[in-house]
Write a protein that binds this ligand. Structure first.
Ligand code: ADP
Ligand code: ADP
Length: 228
């Protein structure tokens, strides 16, 4: 069974605009890593904005767990979907409050595990009050904030994890650690990532190549290289 289905979805930002998505059909299995790849303007981020109900398709349907997205409230979705983009805002408060924002019952062990995945555990241990340190403008760098937002999404252990170009500004070692974290999360739920380049999502279970709002190809990295 699948978590998510986009069925012949069309969307335009304005009635007279070119479609940002045009006849897009994608099936996201319950487990595994699906990567959406394509040039700037391809429609990648628009897919996420429809999944988060920022916009509604003008044609076609999106189904989550077999039910049309129209039937889901935003509250229902918040419990199932975690979304991280570049420069995801943190909430005012401590490191722990940020990490447990979407999952108040998470244990400290879970927080440290998620911090380790994004290679932030030593950094947080070195803060004046550890997990209880207030995050101010000076506490963490931009990259560290980004990794904390990622850790928060991993703590939430969502059914559907949406990541929009989150590894673009990470150093190589951290990117590799995050890739491993994505792989592990993909055993627990569905992970959908957006990437500019095919080379950054070589180990995805399914790659959807998007261009001009249309799906141009679907397959594994090896399959796509063979048919290119
Ligand atoms: P990226 O290539 O990194 O996905 P985008 O082109 O999507 O960057 O631009 C980033 C932001 O600008 C997004 O919030 C997107 O919705 C908005 N945006 C992109 N194109 C337009 C446009 N033609 N008019 C208004 N907002 C736009
Ligand atoms: P990608 O994420 O692949 O870079 P987007 O989904 O951001 O592509 O954009 C797809 C198309 O929709 C582009 O032509 C872009 O300019 C347009 N677009 C994106 N966001 C907006 C927006 N908020 N208002 C108007 N047009 C937009």
């Amino acid at each position: 069974t699948e978590t998510l289905v986009l069925d012949d979805v069309r969307f335009r930002y304005a009635p007279d605009a070119e479609p940002a998505l045009d006849g897009v059909s994608v099936t996201i299995p319950r487990h595994g890593h699906t990567a959406i790849v394509g040039p700037s303007g391809a429609g990648k981020t628009t897919i996420f904005s429809l999944l988060l109900k920022f916009h509604r398709p003008e044609h076609g349907e999106i189904r989550l767990d077999g039910r049309p997205l129209d039937e889901w409230t935003l509250g229902d979705l918040r419990g199932r979907i975690a979304y991280v983009e570049q420069d995801t805002p943190l909430v005012p408060g401590t490191v722990a409050e940020n990490l447990t924002y979407a999952s108040p019952d998470a244990a400290d062990d879970d927080l440290w595990r998620a911090l380790a995945v994004v290679r932030m555990d030593e950094r947080v241990r070195a803060l004046p009050a550890g997990l209880q340190t207030e995050i101010t403008g000076a506490t963490l760098s931009g990259g560290e904030r980004q990794r904390l937002a990622l850790a928060r999404a991993l703590v939430a252990d969502p059914e559907l994890l949406l990541l929009d170009e989150v590894t673009a500004q990470l150093d190589g070692r951290t990117e590799a650690a995050v890739a491993e974290g994505i792989r592990r999360q993909a055993e627990r739920g569905a992970v959908v990532t957006i990437a500019h380049r095919l080379s950054t999502v070589m180990d995805a279970d399914q790659i959807v190549v998007l261009d001009g709002g249309r799906v141009r190809a679907v397959g594994t990295h090896d399959e796509l290289l063979r048919t290119d």
